[in-house]
Every structure is written in C-alpha cells, then in structure tokens.
Write a protein of this length. Structure first.
Length: 197
C-alpha cells in the first residue's frame, strides 16, 4: 500500500467543512416541512368544510324543495276554505242532497290537502291568543279592541304558514291598537301619532 492511501485527497470536501451550510439547509428543510404540514392541515379543513356545506345544502334542498309549489298550493287551500265559509250552516241544512255531497267533497279535499302539506313540513302559524310578531305576522290594520292588550291579534284575515323552520307566508292579521288608557300597539306609537316617552 502506498503511504498516501489514508490521506484525503485535496478535492474531496471534509465532512466537517461547511457546517454552516448544513445548518442552513437543515433549517430550510424544517421550514419547508412546517409549511407543508400547514398546507396539508388547511387542505383537510377545506375538504371538511366543503363536505359539511354539501351536507347542509342537501338537507336544505330536501326540506325546502317544495317551497314554491307549497306557496302555490296554499292559494288553492285558501280558496277551498273561503268556499266553505261562504256557505252558512243554515243554508247547508236546507240544501239538497247533491249540494250537501259537493260540500262534503270540498271539505274532504281541504282536509286531504292540509294533511299532504303537513306531511311535507308545511304547518300553519298558530295565532290563537297570540301577540303580534313581525317575523310571523303581517298587520293589515290596527283596530280598537275592548279588553285586549295592544298588540294582541284580533282577527286572522289569511292564515300564515312555515315550512320546517322558515316562514313560507306570514299570517295577515288585524291587531289591537292603543286604548284610551294608554296601551300601545305593535308599532309602539299611540293612536294619535305621538311617539310617547
């Protein structure tokens, strides 16, 4: 063997030479790994958010798909109810068997229509002994009402409906206004237009 076999050649870099570049390289690699981990976590979060949004949209589509159709059918239901209300009980008792049969058919149709609407999540807004709620009711008039508090619903002109938890159609109502003793209506204004305190 030659004497210089154990010697390092001058062209080969020493494993200890350039320690600063290895530290810089290590720091750069760690930074890159941290950046890639952050990107990966963000991508996972975005995928989860997209999945949740898709699920929510699917649920909304199934619950509210019949909204426009239900609004149109409510007009039919209203007309059936109006037809029955315009035929007084006295006239019904004196009506011929054919007319009574038609009335019974209209009543059955109205009941079946109401059942079908309920089966698809359409429910009437409860207004009995209720107070005016601008999110559920549309006040068409304020009327004096003895013995009623201001804001109490006096009469329902047209039923309101919700589908699942959303308003489909507000109930059109007349509301008690301020009496002479100073009670206020739903707008908060007195009958004479004075906003009060």
């Amino acid at each position: 063997m030659a004497d210089n076999d154990n010697e390092t050649s001058p062209e080969a870099p020493s494993p200890f030479a350039g320690g600063e570049t290895q530290a810089d390289e290590l720091t750069a690699l760690r930074t890159e790994v941290a950046d890639l981990k952050e990107r990966h976590l963000r991508a996972l979060a975005e995928a989860e958010n997209t999945r949740r949004r898709g699920e929510r949209e699917r649920i909304d589509a199934s619950q509210y798909a019949v909204t426009r159709f239900a609004r149109d059918i409510l007009a039919v239901s209203d007309n059936l109810r109006r037809a029955l209300e315009h035929f007084p009980p006295e006239a019904r008792s004196e009506a011929s068997a054919a007319v009574k049969g038609v009335l019974e058919g209209v009543e059955a149709t109205e009941r079946q229509l109401a059942t079908a609407l309920e089966r698809h999540g359409v429910r009437a807004i409860e207004t009995k002994d209720a107070r005016f709620d601008p999110h559920m009711h549309q006040a068409i008039a304020e009327v004096p009402a003895e013995g009623k508090d201001a804001g109490a619903i006096i009469d329902v002109v047209q039923k309101g409906y919700v589908i699942a938890d959303r308003l489909l159609r507000p109930a059109m109502v007349t509301v008690a206004r301020k009496d002479a003793d100073g009670r206020r209506g739903p707008s908060g204004a007195c009958a004479d237009g004075d906003p009060g305190d």
